[in-house]
Design a protein around this ligand. Sequence first.
Ligand code: AMP
Ligand code: MG
Length: 409
Amino acid sequence: MPTPLIDGAAALEAALDQISPVTAVCDVALAQATGRVAARDVAAPTAMPFFTNSAVDGFAIRLAGAAVSQRLPVVATLAADAAAVPDLPEGKAIRVFTGAPLPEGTEAVVPLEDVRESDHAILLETLPEAGANMRRAGSDQPQGAILLSRSRRILAHHIGLLAANGVRQVRVFARPRVAVLSTGDELTADLLRAGQIYDANRPMLLSMVQAAGAEALDAGVLPDAPGPLATRLGELARTADLVLTSGGVSMGGRDPLRPAFLAAGGTIAAWRVALKPGKPIVFGRLGPAAFTGLPGNPLAAFVGFQLFAAAQITRLCGTEPAPFAAFRGRAAFSWRRRPGRQEVFPVRCLGTDETGLPLLQRLGNGVSATLFPLAGADGLAIVAADCADVSPGQMLRWQPLFDGMTHDA
Ligand code: AMP
Ligand code: MG
């Protein structure tokens, strides 16, 4: 009796159940913080802006007694780095540039374009409102405001905000270690004889592991021999937080992965997912490590990583994964399919419909043995197991092929 297939949602749950997030932390300089996950909240050391300053190039004035067409002599000039700031005398103006600290007594800043200037004086053409163009001390954020929350993946805008606040380093979770092993007698680096192929999965998975924010450990290639495979899996489980393999995990005669994994002492939590491509996937634990066995067919390995391993790594890193394929698009193709398994396929964007939704062309005709359809792809779309056909204009869920690091909890 073949093992029944589990559905995609149950498989994701089983995949995530194997994961305990890393707890070790370290401090990194801001320049090294991109993509790391914050291990604690970072509070603003001071209120911002530090001092009241001008939002525009213009003239600081008092409003008491000010009137349209009134002539105000300009008695000083202040730039953004002015250290000595005079008080603003009654009936006078001080020229200020954007960011300049404002003189005591300033009630508004009149933009350059709202005055006429002659003879070291200005004529007001309109009367500004009280506080116009003044950036008041503390108006952006109070002292203690949370600039970066624990468990957030750190992106460029966090780095800019922390830098503006004078924060130079952040406490982040240690990068989890993910080992990547390829299995298969046919895999080789130099195609010495007929029947051999290059290893596509290991370089691809190593790249995806890094993009997901983990440290990638290259565990090489092993032939389809259960004994050595069991030994290597045992070793890897002692050095990695997650062991990721590809190949050898279906029900054929040359599929040594599960027997080797069980011989090494592993426990299997789930095996075989109602997914196309990518049915032969196994999730389990081996000693202290989580274990995920992806299929050998490269497109199936890619899809399996995107749906399950990427989410596992995100959780390992200390943050929560975003749902896969949360973007909407419209089919620009028709397709009849056999219901039964959820299906993921490469798509290309052909522009947008009148509402701005992407129009998606299906690529690849359902093959899983080649990555070639991804060469022209902009993303992966997904249809539910019970879907029997797709017609042009139908709404689809899809996932652009960005770098995984742009996703946040
Ligand atoms: P398997 O899951 O081991 O039965 O492999 C399924 C198919 O994927 C076979 O055609 C394998 O030759 C191929 N395959 C397995 N691993 C890799 C790999 N790392 N790179 C490229 N193709 C692979
Ligand atoms: Mg194989």
